[in-house]
Design a protein around this ligand. Structure first.
Ligand SMILES: Cc1ncc(COP(=O)(O)O)c(C=O)c1O
Length: 396
């Protein structure tokens, strides 16, 4: 890392906006707290568009498979998780010593951050809040790099400066909460500079499986050459984070993994808690990855529903940055005067209409001015469309 030119003026610690109302929960869901705050009964029917899980999952066979595995609960899991790591390695085109199995994408974030304790990070904002929490936990100083509206894509010169000045950059592709995608080619170019500057790019690909089929993962940089034309060697400055939560609708199971150079993985394994991933979760890795029909059905559902829903919302006068995942940001392009600048009145309207949206009060740079909504089944999407149509009719 270049020492001389760090601009400490730009280094600000992340904190929640001071005016964040205590009733705004820090994650999606939390229906009862929100219903109570807005004076609605617990029994008020609500479709949950606030969490970004695949409505097709979990795959049908998962429940029976879990039941058949129950005898294994009397044993400790294999501490090396070698079968699961082999299955991931085969699927990703890397070797098992480049894989660390984790307790969800969240453990992957904290474990990766632990390698940089006391150092300097940059986070593209708005971003998933656990990046900042993980940096705080390991006393990593954070500078925030704003994504540029309206496209929510980064200013390349800011990123290049950050790569020269920081030890690590945290980027999600697609990003949560914006669902926007930085092209793999762009990050490949940044990686060349990162290698020269000894800066590590931590790329969270928790939602990569929802991208258009054929969208390249950055994993090409970790495979044996010459799989990616710009790679002369496996990168030592790239850490990929994956979650199996979103695609397979298994938030209760806790499964994720890290892909990186074998030397980095060795350091991560040395600091990971023993048996961090439970037996049932570890046993499910191989069959989940082998379920290609589920992946294809998901791709078909998402393309069909995105093509049906998003043009209708744009035609109603809502602003939506082009999404590359199973959710999107939404803002009323012509809000009523009393609604500006926050989207609270629209949030309340949707709640009354039986739609739970994700507020954005605790996303840096969004400040409650947008809502995040998941793409769900046709029946649910119809209800969302109707609720947004009725808001438009009331607020012409
Ligand atoms: C971008 C991103 N990465 C990682 C995670 C964590 O996923 P997991 O539930 O597997 O811990 C989330 C969860 O919302 C997320 O949005």
């Amino acid at each position: 890392m270049e020492e001389e030119s760090v601009d400490e003026e730009s280094v600000d610690r992340i904190s929640l906006p001071t005016d964040l109302q205590p009733f705004w929960p820090s994650h999606g869901g939390q229906r009862n707290a929100l219903l109570a705050h807005f004076g609605l009964p617990d029994t008020h029917p609500l479709l949950d568009f606030s969490t970004n899980l695949n409505p097709l999952g979990p795959p049908k066979w998962v429940a029976a498979q879990l039941a058949s595995l129950s005898a294994g609960l009397a044993l400790y899991p294999d501490p090396t998780y070698i079968n699961a790591r082999r299955a991931i390695a085969d699927c990703e085109g890397v070797s098992p010593d480049q894989v660390c199995l984790t307790n969800g994408g969240s453990e992957a974030i904290f474990l990766a951050a632990s390698l940089f304790a006391g150092q300097k990070a940059a986070i593209l904002q708005p971003a998933f809040g656990e990046y900042a929490r993980a940096c705080d936990h390991y006393r990593i100083a954070i500078t925030q790099l704003p994504l540029q509206q309206p496209a929510f894509l980064p200013d390349e010169s800011l990123i290049r400066d950050a790569i020269r000045q920081r030890d690590l950059i945290l980027i999600a592709r697609p990003n949560n909460p914006t669902a926007t995608l930085i092209p793999a080619e762009t990050i490949s170019r940044w990686l060349v500079l990162a290698e020269q500057s000894h800066c590590t790019l931590i790329i969270d690909e928790a939602f990569i499986d929802f991208c258009e089929p054929g969208e390249p993962s950055l994993v090409e940089h970790l495979q044996q050459p010459p799989l990616h034309q710009s790679c002369l060697h496996q990168s030592r400055h790239l850490i990929l984070l994956r979650s199996m939560t979103k695609l397979y609708t298994l938030p209760g199971l806790r499964l994720g993994y890290i892909l990186a150079h074998a030397d980095l993985i060795q350091r991560l394994l040395a600091r990971q808690m023993p048996w961090s991933v439970n037996y049932l979760a570890a046993e499910l890795v191989a069959p989940l990855l082998a379920d290609r029909p589920f992946l294809q059905a998901t791709a078909h559902w998402l393309r069909t529903e995105s093509d049906w829903l998003l043009p209708q919302l744009l035609a109603l006068g809502y602003r939506i940055p082009t999404p590359a995942a199973n959710f999107f940001l939404l803002q009323d392009a012509n809000p009523p005067a009393e609604e500006q600048p926050s989207a609270d009145a629209l949030f309340r309207h949707l709640l009354q209409q039986g739609i739970l949206a994700r507020h954005t009060h605790n996303f840096t740079g969004l400040n409650g001015e947008w809502l995040r909504l998941a793409i769900r089944s046709r029946e649910e999407n119809r209800s969302l469309l109707a609720a947004l149509q009725s808001w438009r009719e009331q607020n012409r």
